[in-house]
Design a protein around this ligand. Structure first.
Ligand SMILES: Nc1ncnc2c1ncn2[C@@H]1O[C@H](COP(=O)(O)OP(=O)(O)O)[C@@H](O)[C@H]1O
Ligand SMILES: [Mg+2]
Length: 231
């Protein structure tokens, strides 16, 4: 019997609506999906299709209006904020389109930031240096974000996300601010994180150049998954 993939996060019929003036707008409509350790899943879809909203649920940044999110087999429906915060801090690496580095901190200090916030995180300066090497920034730890290219900054952000050895890495349009070559590098790093570190990498994008990297692709439109591809 084949091994069933190891589910890190599952979305079960999750819906999210927003009040827009008089009417209620459905941003996510009963979406179900599972995300597996060691795999990179792309959320593809036009702007407004619900990718960021789905990531915000998977990343415990908000709760669904209905349906549930399960993290490693446990429903979060009844989880309270301290537990969700712990999940975000310990288990989830976030990568954003705009990098979100601290401008006053150098690259190494930015990578170390999760350990500053969560002093019980078992991560050392040596770990941060090793991660900078892993993302191709050996010897660049003392550079400040303003001294780095966009691609280098995003690689710092990936290293920072990996410092906590997350179970999942969630990336929202991580290549949208990058040129083709650095976009490819960042995408390869996310894939390597899934393969070498066993993370579930979940990447929202409308960049078709990322398609060849994916293990699974969920195509979204109007708050629904309209097609699924297993590569
Ligand atoms: N905070 C919000 N308030 C109102 N509408 C929102 C909010 N966040 C998202 N939406 C709406 O939900 C839909 C899905 O948004 P989003 O998840 O950001 O899509 P995507 O990331 O695919 O571009 C969009 O139409 C957007 O306008
Ligand atoms: Mg978005």
């Amino acid at each position: 019997m084949p091994n069933s993939p190891n589910t890190i996060i599952a979305a079960r019929e999750v819906s999210v609506g927003f009040e827009q003036g008089e009417r209620r707008f459905t941003a996510l409509d009963a979406v179900s999906a599972e995300f597996y350790a060691g795999e990179i899943t792309l959320l593809m879809g036009a702007s407004g299709s619900g990718k960021t909203t789905l990531l915000s649920l998977l990343g415990c940044l908000r709760s669904p209006d209905s349906g549930s999110i399960e993290w490693q087999g446990k429903s979060l429906s009844r989880a309270r904020e301290p537990e969700l915060m712990q999940l975000r801090r310990r288990q989830i690496g976030f990568v954003f389109q705009s990098f979100r580095l601290f401008p006053a901190l150098n690259a190494l200090e930015n990578v170390m930031m999760p350990a500053q916030i969560d002093t019980e995180l078992p991560a050392t300066r040596a770990d941060a240096e090793e991660l900078l090497c892993a993302v191709g920034l050996e010897g660049k730890g003392s550079l400040y974000p303003r001294q780095m290219s966009a691609g280098q900054r995003q690689r710092v952000a990936v290293a920072r996300a990996l410092l906590k050895k997350p179970a999942a890495i969630l990336a929202d349009e991580p290549t949208a601010s990058l040129d083709t070559a650095s976009g490819e590098q960042v995408a390869e790093l996310l894939k390597a994180a899934a393969k070498a570190r066993g993370c579930a990498a979940i990447v929202a994008t409308h960049d078709p150049r990322l398609l060849p990297l994916a293990d699974r692709i969920l195509f979204m439109r109007d708050g629904k998954i309209i097609a699924r591809d297993e590569v």
